[in-house]
Ligand binder design. Structure first.
Ligand code: NAP
Length: 281
């Protein structure tokens, strides 16, 4: 059955957001792709997919801009099945370590990447709720946001922003859990050549990574079974492209395990195990 999907930060052809939009269009879904500035490649997709692609301008650092985009989409679609928070912003000092980085730049990265995703969720919540109990929010996080797996001394602003995003995922899960109409996950998408450069050593193109994620998100029934049956949830699902496996763990959960992509069903087991372990503590 075709679904309505929103992807933020879809205005860069080599990026993950654009390629997620493309994959969903190719799969027959209706896509709302949000951008900050005009994107020629997206306009070309619009010519091809016509009404199935809605392009909206939205700056996630502005509550007004996000609300305006939501109001516009509400006039065009009755509901959203899936919201993918993909947009990200990093400071020019991202690669620097603690002593060299301008710490005053960190707040903006966190505001756009983590708080921005929450602005989007808040504004589009009525559309997600209108989908009738299977609404899904996928926050594109990163292994860089995992506290238990942290090994770097740089990427301060990015890592802090993604850790904050993971925590917001947990908090919003708690917020939505009684209603059980909307589920929310953080997902690490793998190491991707999002700059589109051939000499980038990352194993996945954005187009490849987008399809892996689309397939993962299609396991909705299983994901919902996990989330619907467990009061304390493993919220952060990590996909490790190099190892070709999904892992369960992340910023908020100490125990973490790795499972193969083919054994995605194991998520259920791992989640229950995490839940039982947490209850015992
Ligand atoms: N590449 C990897 O290996 C990797 C690994 C782990 C996680 N990820 C995650 O995967 C996602 C996609 O990565 P990417 O490299 O494709 O991202 P990106 O191109 O750096 O950013 C995605 C989009 O976010 C938009 N954006 C920035 N600030 C915004 C704002 N204030 N409002 C709205 N949109 C804004 C950008 O728009 P403009 O084009 O206008 O700047 C850009 O098109 C990110 O969340 C990233 O953290 C990537």
């Amino acid at each position: 059955m075709s679904q309505n999907v929103l992807v933020t930060g879809a205005g860069k052809a080599s990026g993950l957001g654009f390629n997620l939009a493309l994959r969903y269009l190719e799969a027959g879904d209706t896509v709302c792709a949000t951008i900050r500035k005009p994107c020629g490649e997206l306009e070309k997709l619009k010519e091809e997919y016509k009404d199935r692609l809605i392009i909206l301008t939205m700056d996630i650092s502005s509550t007004g801009s996000v609300q305006a985009a939501s109001d516009e989409l509400s006039s065009q679609l009755s509901h959203l099945d899936l919201l993918i928070n993909n947009a990200v912003s990093v400071s020019p000092d991202c690669d620097k370590g603690f002593f060299d980085a301008d710490l005053d730049l960190i707040a903006r990265t966190v505001d756009i990447t983590a708080v921005g995703a929450m602005r989007v969720i808040k504004a589009f919540y009525p559309l997600l709720k209108a989908c009738g109990g299977t609404g899904l929010i996928m926050n594109i996080s990163s292994e860089a946001g995992s506290i238990s797996r942290c090994y770097r001394t740089n990427l301060l602003d990015y890592a802090m922003a993604k850790a904050a995003m993971n925590m917001s995922t947990m908090t919003l899960y708690n917020t939505f859990k009684d209603e059980r109409k909307i589920n929310i996950f953080s997902v690490h998408p793998g190491w991707i050549r999002t700059d589109g450069r051939a000499d980038n050593p990352a194993p996945l193109s954005s187009y490849e990574a987008a399809e892996i994620l689309r397939e993962l998100f299609e396991k909705r029934e299983m994901i919902l079974k996990v989330t619907g049956s467990s009061p304390i949830l493993m919220r952060t699902t990590l996909f490790n492209a190099r190892q070709g496996s999904f892992g369960c763990g992340g910023a908020a959960i100490k125990q973490s395990s790795w499972i193969t992509k083919e054994q995605i069903g194991e998520l259920l087991f791992l989640s229950q195990k995490t839940s039982a372990q947490t209850k015992r503590q």
